[in-house]
Design a protein around this ligand. Structure first.
Ligand code: ZN
Ligand code: ZN
Ligand code: ZN
Length: 349
């Protein structure tokens, strides 16, 4: 905070708050902030969430009731933290909560708290890496369940439900995402799972995510109903080679852009550069998308303990798409891939 000139952090119920305290109360329209200054903190929280928070958050509390509203509690916060020059605001804070802060501290500049928390959260501690391994195992189970449920006549939604059950029975506490894209729907990078019926001679993309102990999983694999076409197999191999190329350069000191470029060049050499429409990956931890963003414009070096996805794709509009996604942790000498599943095509039926 001193380096960035931030005098005060204001963190709403969020993954940031979980990172700092191990707990976040329910987030809603009632303003709630953990304020952190150099030598003191204050937790402003609605009455109804105070009790549970007390067990986790070791700062003085200021509370308010629904009937009373937060004005007095906010005035108490202003009295505690007079004239901060810069306030770091949790990036996912609701606009209504943010507007209240702007009204309390009218002379103050507000900047994203990720300036401070991003670099901290990006470098995972050993217990965080262990949690990422545990949640990754639930994602492997979900892929197996999704593959099993995939057959001609099943809908995308039914396959997604099977994936959800796979997550839960493997111990996940929350199913965060279940993208099932069949046939041409696989060409939408973030397809919204629909009632489309799976057909023979088509691929199916599964992009699945869960939470366990607060930490996130994220995995993408491909299946094909019946015998895959030569064209499909060719695209699948290019994408798999792109994943492999990125994995092979990951180690401390490699710049982030070189991870993206390793994958991207494989796809460009195969003349599909314009069908790879997104970055190679995103950081993962308490949030499913967090720093670092794996783009070919970031020169920063990888460091041990960083965790992120490697998920190149090739999307052929109207035809099909292929994406394969691994979560990796940077180790002292390379990359640990958290999934135990092969990226090979799963042929069903
Ligand atoms: Zn995504
Ligand atoms: Zn992802
Ligand atoms: Zn994903």
């Amino acid at each position: 905070m001193a380096e960035t000139g931030i005098d005060l952090l204001a963190i709403p119920p969020s993954d940031d708050l979980k990172y700092l305290t191990g707990f976040a109360p329910h987030a809603d329209e009632r303003p709630c902030y953990l304020f952190i200054a150099e030598n003191r903190g204050l937790f402003l929280v609605p009455d109804l969430n105070a009790n549970q928070s007390e067990r986790h958050i070791r700062q003085p509390f200021v509370t308010y009731s629904d009937a009373q509203g937060p004005a007095r509690a906010l005035a108490a916060a202003r009295d505690q933290f007079r004239a901060p020059r810069k306030i770091g605001v949790g990036d996912t804070m609701r606009a209504d909560a943010m507007l209240l802060l702007q009204d309390v501290w009218r002379e103050t500049a507000f900047i994203p708290a990720s300036t401070v928390l991003g670099p901290l959260r990006m470098r995972k501690a050993p217990d965080e890496i262990a949690a990422l391994r545990r949640v990754a195992a639930t994602a492997d189970a979900a892929i197996e369940a999704a593959v099993k449920a995939s057959r001609p006549g099943a809908t995308e939604r039914q396959v997604a439900a099977a994936a959800g059950a796979g997550f839960t029975s493997a111990g996940a506490s929350e199913v965060a995402a279940a993208i099932v894209g069949s046939g041409p729907n696989s060409a939408y990078p973030h397809h919204q799972t629909s009632d489309r019926v799976l057909k023979s001679s088509e691929p199916v993309l599964f992009d699945l995510g869960s939470r366990l102990e607060g930490y996130c999983s994220d995995i993408t694999r491909m299946a094909f109903l019946d015998k895959p076409s030569a064209r499909y197999l060719e695209i699948h191999k290019i994408v798999n080679d792109a994943v492999q190329a990125a994995l092979s350069v990951i180690r401390p000191g490699t710049s982030i852009k070189d991870v993206d470029l390793a994958a991207r060049r494989v796809i460009e050499r195969a003349d599909h550069g314009d069908h790879f429409t997104h970055r190679t990956g995103h950081g993962i931890g308490l949030s499913v998308h967090e720093p670092p963003s794996i783009t070919h414009t970031d020169e920063a070096p990888l460091e041990a303990g960083m965790a992120f996805s490697v998920e190149p794709g090739i999307y052929l509009p109207g035809e099909f798409g292929v994406r394969l996604e691994e979560i990796v942790v940077v180790t002292a000498s390379g990359a640990e891939v958290l999934s135990k599943l092969s990226r090979d095509l799963r042929v069903v039926g």
